[in-house]
Design a protein around this ligand. Sequence first.
Ligand code: FPP
Length: 293
Amino acid sequence: MSTTDTTPDADAVPSRAVSFRISSDEEAEVESFRAELGAAPLPRHVAIIMDGNGRWAERRGHTRVLGHRRGAAAVRRVIRSASQLGVEVLSLYAFSRENWSRPPDEVRALMSLIRRYVRNEVEEIHERRVRFNVIGRFQELPAEVRRDLGRAMEKTRSNDGMLLNVALSYSGRVDILDACRALVARVAAGGLDPAELSVDDIAGALSTSGRPDPDLLIRTGGDLRVSNFLLWQIAYAELYFSDVLWPDFSNHHFFDAIRAFVQRERRFGRTSSQVQQAVSAPRDVKAGALAPK
Ligand code: FPP
């Protein structure tokens, strides 16, 4: 089966002629969910493994590339909802380093879809005060992809809204490896004593430096694994697996994931009664006592 696809797909990445304003229905949907949540703490950082594009297309007799295009529409939806809800960081796994081994046609189509997506969506992203960022081995991407991504990063770099991390040529292990290299270089230059090396030093050398770790990791598509995504950073993330294929992942599915998150008790190694005590009498608990250890 050919992996290039020319099927017209009005719902996929819109041309600039199509209005990029969120519909008032979608906006109202998010507002009503926010009201439902009340004072429940939102995940500050949501990470998503967007899986199932290929199966979505194959089940309908389409090429896999059409699934990726539909996946891009779901990307737009989740960016809108997350930023409107007040999520601080949204990290989307769009292309792993392992994905380079897919058929070359599919890789080319994905690269071209990402370029088109960024060019078409950057205005709306900017208008929403979202800061667009890429994590992963940026230099491994084709030059024209880097150029378009670089423009979007530059345009949105001063935005004070949600940080959008798009993971491209990303590998959690390589993120850790690159951090190790940077730290070893600091040690070699005499700027860091290995005996003083801390967990915070490692976190600070990763691609997500300075940002909270994911509180919630969502994976669509039915598989129960983390596939080398943000390995260090998800140490205490709540994991949420959905059978829904990514192109079908709607606001309602996203809200269900957040509902599940707010119902979880995050203990960070403590007992349930310690956590309850901290909630009912926060001043009795030493600062940082509920931080991950
Ligand atoms: C996994 O599904 C998905 C990908 C490898 C690509 C993700 C890309 C998008 C959602 C669209 C473009 C992204 C952006 C940010 C514009 P799969 O192909 O592995 O699906 P399968 O498991 O059903 O084969």
